[in-house]
Write a protein that binds this ligand. Structure first.
Ligand code: K7E
Ligand code: CUA
Length: 764
């Protein structure tokens, strides 16, 4: 009873004071006043209204950005640019317990290279899974450039499920890119190196250093990359760069850029001109054109050789079988982007002012006719640029990447040196508009802009430098993602978003409605494998199993209680604690830590998590829930007692508090009062059409569950009262009250929801 009168009173007071104080400032200040006070223009206001998402409303698109060197993925909404989540991928992420619980440690183990943990990642290119060339919202892939790895994230729970390390590459850049039905995830080498794990002198660069493209087979059903069915095509030691898969008419083919096809080896220490000079000497590099469908067949027919366990198709075989071709492309290209209809391929040369648009039909015609201008030093046929070009358009300085609009023939290209985005028409080869970027744009991204059906509307510029855009925070600046409205003829800059996690190379955005993430796991799920956890524990089945040198706890978490409340072990024991979150309620996550043992877990509703450590120091170690989950969150606690070896139990009289019948009676009054409030809330809910609101239905289930737990405690306090044990009676009565509080809390949330969503009274 107290609780509610207090709460309601507090609400009234807060609102009252707020209104009184704000009345003058709030109601008297007009939009014009605010504009004047804050120095805002009409243009600013327009931009603000295009990005503002009112409380309770959601964004239209969800973006997945690489988190750069953090090894994470940043999730944010568009147009609000509100950050929604950081997903731990290649590196530990404490909040989510990623890299702290045993389940996620297993995932990170997949990213070990030569047996060593790598605790950072140079994440570059996120890619969403596709069905028929369109984003299907099921999976996200991302690569690590420095340590050639690819990660798989399941978008049902936004968790990383798998990391695979490339066994033959020493670095990679062009990943992750998917084929139109996510048959493969493409990963290309950046810096050529010997495939074998051995020393080869730089003097043998041309002969023994190699580039390549790996096609990682994705098993959609398993939600995992199938390493055994993956393969690599050996390529010349040109620095392969980005890739894109063909779609529609070009499905089955993929395109990979390169730079430094000069095969230049620097070494100013030996008086040789530096890499950057030697690697950009020629006017052209090569685009690799690969028939991956046929390559997969060749592998199936045993035409590949195993290198470090990976199936590799040699250049010789690739040439002989007609699956590999080269086309010159302008100087040091960066992006290669297939148009939504799959007919054209746009390449931007960093050191050329043009974008070059190649025609897939023309490429195929040249191949069919056997019309080549020559061969490269490795015998790969070279198709001439002029035989395959659809058009070239002069855009400006430092063109890098291209994305497409929902409007036909419209493309956007980033220009690093000019710090601009160019809007142009690739069918007619015309520049339409340019906008300034702050500063030095790298990638750019339109909504679903590399899919078969781009959604247009917004463009995000990913800028390499922010310089003067934000409040200074020292020499290391935030990164700047700029949101641009592309719905009209002229591009309009809407918003600067500082990203405090660098360097976010690339981002993909999907229609928010396509994503269907869950809100809870089936009770007892190991979220990383998607299978029932061996540590899964249901209510009432909690136990501690002791074996020599080992203690294994099967525990549960539910507001506001950790079972067990005491864990007793002996110094030197290996302690394994499985925790199952029994909550069904949305957003009722519990955390778990044991003081000073570097243990942390995040246990979302239904999940089972395992932490493991050696109790190598004796003492008393509180453990507790690390998420503010309920009014009694702080009381969600327990003790790990690590006893010295050979410790003899001594009987210590338990401290006894004094309770009287009066205390017990007070409790009963409190319970009765609270029950009255619960009844009124229940009355409100059941007199409305709450069943039409799934969110409320799950709240009601949760509240009923809490009330159901009351029975046992009630029986206990009544039993104790009969015996005149007022301590037991008073405390078990308190427990009943705690269940009431939780039920009431949920009930009130449901009531508020119904009021805010216009629930209707049902027939009486
Ligand atoms: Cu995608 Cu430089 Cu890694 Cu372009 S990259 S900017
Ligand atoms: Cu559970 Cu705090």
């Amino acid at each position: 009873m107290k609780l509610f009168s207090k709460r309601t009173a507090a609400l009234v007071t807060v609102a009252g004071i707020g209104l009184a104080a704000a009345a003058s400032a709030w109601s008297a200040e007009s939009l014009q006043d605010v504009m004047k006070r804050r120095g805002l223009s009409q243009q600013d206001l327009l931009a603000a209204s295009k990005t503002y998402v009112p409380t309770g409303k959601r964004d239209d698109f969800v973006a997945f950005s690489s988190g750069g060197q953090s090894g994470q993925v940043i999730v944010y909404g568009i147009p609000s640019m509100r950050i929604l989540k950081y997903i731990g991928v290649f590196t530990p992420e404490p909040w989510q317990g990623y890299g702290f619980d045993e389940e996620s440690k297993e995932v990170l183990k997949g990213g070990r290279i030569d047996g060593k943990d790598i605790t950072w990642g140079d994440t570059h290119h996120p890619a969403l899974s596709e069905t028929n060339g369109d984003y299907d919202g099921q999976f996200l892939f991302i690569n690590d450039k420095a340590n050639p790895r690819i990660a798989v994230i399941d978008l049902r729970d936004f968790e990383t499920k798998q990391i695979v390390a490339n066994p033959i590459f020493k670095s990679e850049h062009g990943g992750a890119f998917v084929t139109p039905n996510t048959e493969y995830v493409i990963e290309a080498v950046q810096y050529p190196a010997p495939f074998a794990k051995k020393f080869v002198p730089l003097e043998r660069f041309n002969e023994e250093y190699r580039g390549g493209v790996t096609y990682w087979k994705f098993d959609r059903k398993a939600g995992k990359i199938d390493v055994k069915k993956s393969f690599t095509i050996e390529l010349p030691p040109y620095s392969q760069d980005l890739s894109d898969a063909g779609k529609g008419p070009s499905d089955g083919w993929s395109f990979t850029n390169s730079f430094c096809s000069e095969r230049y080896v620097g070494g100013i220490e030996k008086n040789r001109p530096p890499y950057e000079a030697g690697c950009s000497a020629k006017d052209t590099d090569y685009m690799h054109v690969i028939n991956w469908k046929k390559a997969a067949e060749l592998v199936a027919h045993g035409k590949a050789t195993k290198v470090n366990g990976m199936d590799v198709i040699s250049m010789n075989t690739a040439v002989k079988e007609g699956i590999l071709f080269l086309i010159p492309e302008p100087k040091s290209p960066h992006g290669v982007d297939v148009t939504p209809d799959g007919k054209l391929i746009t390449v931007a040369g960093k050191l050329d002012t043009h974008v070059s648009v190649y025609s897939f039909d023309k490429i195929m015609a040249a191949i069919k006719a056997g019309k080549f201008e020559g061969k490269d030093p490795y015998g790969i046929p070279v198709i001439s640029m002029k035989d395959t070009l659809h058009t070239q358009v002069q855009l400006g300085l430092g063109p890098l990447h291209t994305q497409y609009d929902s409007k036909p023939c419209i493309a956007y290209t980033s220009m690093y040196v000019d710090s601009q985005v160019a809007k142009w028409n690739y069918c007619e080869g015309k520049v339409l508009d340019k906008i300034n970027i702050h500063y030095n744009i790298g990638h750019l991204m339109t909504m679903e802009g590399d899919s078969a059906h781009p959604k247009g509307r917004y463009l995000v510029a990913l800028n390499k430098l922010a310089i003067d855009r934000f409040n200074p925070v020292g020499p290391l600046h935030p990164q700047n993602h700029q949101l641009i409205d592309i719905s009209g003829d002229k591009m309009q800059l809407l918003y600067d978003m500082p990203i405090p996690l660098g360097e976010p190379h690339y981002v993909v955005a999907i229609n928010a409605k396509t994503l269907k993430p869950g809100i809870r796991y089936k009770v007892g799920t190991n979220s990383r494998t998607d299978k029932p956890s061996a540590g899964a524990t249901h209510a009432g089945e909690e136990k501690t199993v002791k074996k020599p040198g080992k203690v294994e706890v099967f525990g549960t978490l539910i507001r506001s209680h950790i079972t067990p409340e005491t864990i007793e072990v002996t110094k030197g024991d290996e302690v394994t604690i499985h925790l199952t979150n029994l909550e069904r309620a949305e957003d009722e996550t519990h955390g778990f830590t044991v003081s000073t043992y570097n243990v942390h877990a995040s246990v979302e509703p239904g999940k089972t998590v395992t932490v493991k450590f050696k109790a190598d120091k004796e003492g008393v170690f509180p453990y507790y829930c690390t998420e503010f989950c309920s009014a009694l969150h702080l009381e969600m606690e327990g003790y790990l007692l690590v006893k010295p070896k050979g410790y003899k139990e001594v009987k210590v009289a338990a401290a006894k508090a004094d309770y009287t019948k009066a205390d017990y009676d007070k409790q009963l009054k409190k319970i009765a009062g609270t029950q009255a409030v619960i009844d009124s809330v229940v009355g409100f809910i059941t007199s409305h059409n709450y069943k039409d609101f799934p969110d409320v239905v799950s709240l009601v289930e949760d509240a009923t569950d809490q009330l159901g737990r009351m029975k046992e405690s009630k029986a206990k306090h009544e039993e104790a009262a009969k015996k005149g044990d007022w301590q037991q009676a008073t405390l078990w009565a308190e427990q009943v009250f705690q269940y009431q509080v939780k039920a009431a809390d949920i009930g009130l949330r449901a009531k508020t929801y119904l009021e805010e969503h216009g629930a209707k009274k049902v027939g009486k």
